[in-house]
Ligand binder design. Structure first.
Ligand SMILES: C[S@@+](CC[C@H](N)C(=O)[O-])C[C@H]1O[C@@H](n2cnc3c(N)ncnc32)[C@H](O)[C@@H]1O
Length: 245
């Protein structure tokens, strides 16, 4: 069940999201779209952090995103992308009109049954659905701890799994790949990043301040981050490939 308040939290941000959230490794796109295709749709495209990697991978790159502030950043950054304000549950495209649908860091916000039906409708026969998530690398204890503060519900889990289900209605699961990479990040940018995360956006001021204080405490005490202005942040990018059944 999607938490609507969290899903809609992106309606209030745009520029900060684009500035502070991590991008995605080009290796993910090499894996997903090894040969150029006719049309690719990036669904839940946000400010275009994944969409921008799709240039040159398809004759037509389409973005669908419900948040106007997020879409405004995407349109300014990527004027050649065919951008639509809409949701995954009601995609404003013709039947069988795209070869690939990508969803980066957003599939967990969709109504899974309705979105899968819409994605299957717009995909050409044999087309692929590709789900991408960046997640904390278990190798980084301090980042894992920070994630536990931001997402206490995930703490019950070991925090290393993404939100993908291996079974999606109307699709056949093809592959799961993981790409490990490292981002060099300033302490201030790392803290700012958390302010773009849904649980921080919807928290009241006192709760948000307490969450920031807890993360600062981790950074001030962990041997890898204590006294440092820059950190090496290991990230795992999960890529899940499905084919239209
Ligand atoms: C964490 S952001 C990811 C944005 C972008 N794909 C990226 O990787 O930077 C999640 C995005 O999903 C969008 N979103 C939430 N519910 C959605 C829905 N039902 N259909 C399509 N997009 C949705 C949000 O507006 C937000 O832009």
């Amino acid at each position: 069940m999607v938490d609507e308040a969290l899903a809609r939290s992106f309606e209030g941000i745009g520029a900060d999201y684009d500035r502070y959230r991590p991008g995605f490794p080009a290796a993910a796109v090499d894996l997903l779209i090894p040969e150029p295709v006719g049309a690719v749709l990036d669904l839940g495209a946000g400010t275009g952090k994944f969409t921008e990697l799709l240039a040159g991978r398809a004759a037509r790159v389409i973005a669908v995103e419900p948040s106007e502030p997020m879409l405004a950043v995407l349109r300014a950054k990527l004027p050649d992308v065919d951008a639509h304000r809409a949701s995954a549950e009601q995609i404003p495209l013709d039947d069988e009109s795209v070869d690939v649908v990508t969803v980066a860091q957003a599939f967990h916000w969709f109504d899974r049954i309705r979105a899968c039906a819409e994605i299957a409708r717009v995909l050409a026969p044999g087309g692929t659905l590709e789900l991408i998530w960046n997640r904390s690398d278990p190798a980084s204890a301090w980042d894992r701890e920070a994630h536990r503060i931001a997402h206490p519900a995930v703490a019950a889990d070991d925090g290393t799994t993404s939100s993908a289900a291996e079974e999606l209605p109307g699709f056949r699961f093809v592959a799961h790949e993981q790409i490990q990479w490292t981002e060099r990040i300033e302490r201030t940018a790392y803290l700012k990043r958390w302010s773009t995360v849904s649980t921080f956006i919807v928290a009241d001021d006192a709760t948000r301040a307490a969450m920031f204080a807890a993360i600062e405490e981790i950074l001030d005490t962990d041997p890898e981050t204590r006294g440092q202005a820059h950190y090496d942040l290991p990230i795992v990018t999960d890529v899940f490939v499905y084919r239209r059944a």
